[in-house]
Design a protein around this ligand. Sequence first.
Ligand SMILES: Cc1ncc(COP(=O)(O)O)c(C=O)c1O
Length: 373
Amino acid sequence: MTDMRFSDLDPHTRILLGPGPGMAAPRVVRAMATPPVGHLDPDLLAIYAEEQELLRYVFQTRNEWTFALSGTGTSGMEAALSNLIEPGDDVLVAVIGYFGERLAEIAARQGANVDRISKNLGEIFSVEEIETALKQKVYKIFSFVQAETSTGAEQLHVKEIAEAAHKQGALVVMDTVTSLGSIPLKVDEWGVDVAYSASQKGLGAPSGLAPITVNARAQETIEKRIKPVSSFYLDLKLYANYWNGAHAYHHTASASLHYALREALRMIYEEGLENVHNRMRTNAEQLWRGLEAIDVVPFIPLEYRLPPLTTAQVPAGVDPHKVRAQLLNEYNIEIAAGFGSLKDQVWRIGLMGYSSRKENITLFLAALEELLG
Ligand SMILES: Cc1ncc(COP(=O)(O)O)c(C=O)c1O
């Protein structure tokens, strides 16, 4: 007799409008179903070379060290910080939300002396504020998040901030987990020394890979380390040897995830990066107009509001968590609650990757209007 304890795999088909993952296009999902080859197969190595070229395109960089790490966005954070930091190093982190806090926490776990400057949730830093903080001491690293997913704010003036950091001798590590593929981001032109991201947001692939790019200055700092990186798995020199160098075994990378990421990147390349950014913005503007029409007001001022992640203020008298559950259970639409102190005050609505489509926005707005009565 068949054992009926384990039914067929059948999760709901959801419309993912949360803070990530975004949805993956059918051709990305199909790519993932291609039978995997081994992690040293010449076909996979050729795919890495193309993936690198495409990643350089989305990061807008010529950096030799540009890879997709096996792991989610947090592995990119850990790799960036653990490869650059040696115990006792001074690190400055500019915190505008939860993910800035995570950067500070990871830097501290690497043995750095971490100073943090913070803003109220929903605010961003001016260049002058960061300049002043950078003058407190000689920092080895200055780190911040470009697109803070916990609040929906974009830290503007990246080029000027990076210039200020370099003037004081600090390397710039920027989190681009929610910005890559969604909003303009120019690693070389802006002088960002290390940027890392994730496959499941603006790039439109499933989660599991963390793109990272490291410029020559940061690479040199890593190569001159006194002590080896404490994490073998995230050691970027070993990655460089696997991807660019002797192609020596480092770990058994998932060919399936790389198939998906390469396909998602190919879609961006076909459409053109600038066109993708414009589409993301136009779609977000449709969402913002629609929300305002039903008196759901965006939390972040337009000047630095993020197209891939909108925080929308919950109208008075509405239970945000009940509405969120109804959206999921009655409409198969996922959105998220606010973070930390904003938990009961805002919803977080994402338009990331393949989720950013007009039909999703129209359906979501209609569903929300119906639920709010
Ligand atoms: C800005 C930012 N940084 C880092 C992360 C961590 O990425 P992951 O959850 O893929 O590990 C996230 C995830 O939402 C994020 O939004």
